[in-house]
Design a protein around this ligand. Structure first.
Ligand SMILES: NC(=O)c1ccc[n+]([C@@H]2O[C@H](COP(=O)([O-])OP(=O)(O)OC[C@H]3O[C@@H](n4cnc5c(N)ncnc54)[C@H](O)[C@@H]3O)[C@@H](O)[C@H]2O)c1
Length: 250
């Protein structure tokens, strides 16, 4: 049986990834902060293992991997937090907290999984980044910088761990109607405005992201490493289309 650990697996996108991994035959380690939420998320999946842990804490992650028991075939770094506010008013503590989970946490969990995968000579890691790490969004504080760092770290992991048989890729979701963005999109006006600005004319779902993660984990992607796949319905390419311009003459 294939083994997967998903961090942030009690959250909107992480839970969808854990569910799809379980449906594709993985034994899933559900890793997240709150033991109760972890227990509930794991209980809904066949054979899943609850792993309450803090990705920014090395001892906590190490204990979770030991509890999981098996070397993971797949690690998905999906744990993340967002602290919004204009940079000029953002506290250094909020900045550090975001980097600590989104970037340092992925390093800590990635290293813990990779050292085990290296001993076996195979494995796959998928880091969940964001379109905000490609094009910064005003008011998103350290979030985009941390995700851009994670995209770069994905490439470094590929260089250093690829020779040991480990593929590492990233998935950058766009406007996803789930998890940390769900309260924002609960407002129908925001949904219409944001969804209407996407070339595919809809918000993304957690399942859109989960399918891409599981594709990257599959043998179909056996020669893909160091890539960041954007899952955003094309929105990242729509800047020029949204700028006002003069109507063509005649
Ligand atoms: N929802 C979106 O629109 C969107 C868009 C782009 C990227 N993302 C990314 O997708 C991932 C999942 O986000 P989501 O929307 O499902 O949000 P979410 O808040 O529902 O899920 C994030 C999960 O990470 C967990 N977490 C936070 N800190 C942790 C820590 N220190 N250790 C372990 N777990 C921790 C949280 O408890 C939560 O369950 C995040 O990395 C986020 O940055 C989300």
């Amino acid at each position: 049986m294939k083994q997967a650990i998903v961090t942030g697996a009690a959250g909107g996108i992480g839970k969808a990834i854990a569910e799809l991994a379980a449906a594709r035959g993985y034994r899933v380690g559900v890793l997240d902060l709150d033991p109760e939420a972890v227990g509930q998320a794991a209980a809904s999946l066949d054979g899943a293992v609850p792993l309450p842990a803090d990705v920014s804490d090395e001892a906590s992650v190490e204990a979770a991997l030991e509890r999981f028991g098996e070397t993971p075939d797949l690690l998905v770094n999906c744990a993340g937090i967002l602290r919004v506010g204009p940079l000029a008013e953002l506290s250094a503590d909020d900045f550090r907290a975001v980097v600590n989970v989104n970037l340092t946490g992925a390093f800590i969990a990635g290293r813990a999984a990779a050292t085990r995968m290296m001993r076996r000579g195979s494995g796959c890691i998928v880091n969940v980044t964001s379109v905000v790490g490609i094009d910064p969004s005003p008011g998103s504080g350290a979030y985009g910088a941390a995700k851009a760092g994670l995209a770069n770290l994905t490439r470094l992991m590929t260089l250093e761990w690829g020779p040991a048989g480990i593929r590492v890729n990233a998935v950058a979701p766009g406007f996803i109607d789930a998890g940390m963005s769900a309260p924002f999109y609960a407002d129908p006006a925001v949904r219409a405005l944001r969804g209407g600005g996407v070339p595919l004319r809809r918000l993304g779902t957690a399942e859109d992201v989960a399918r891409t993660v599981l594709f990257l984990a599959s043998d179909e992607a056996s020669y893909i490493s160091g890539e960041e796949i954007v899952v955003d319905g094309g929105v990242i390419h729509s800047v020029l289309a949204q700028l006002p311009r003069k109507a063509p003459e005649g």
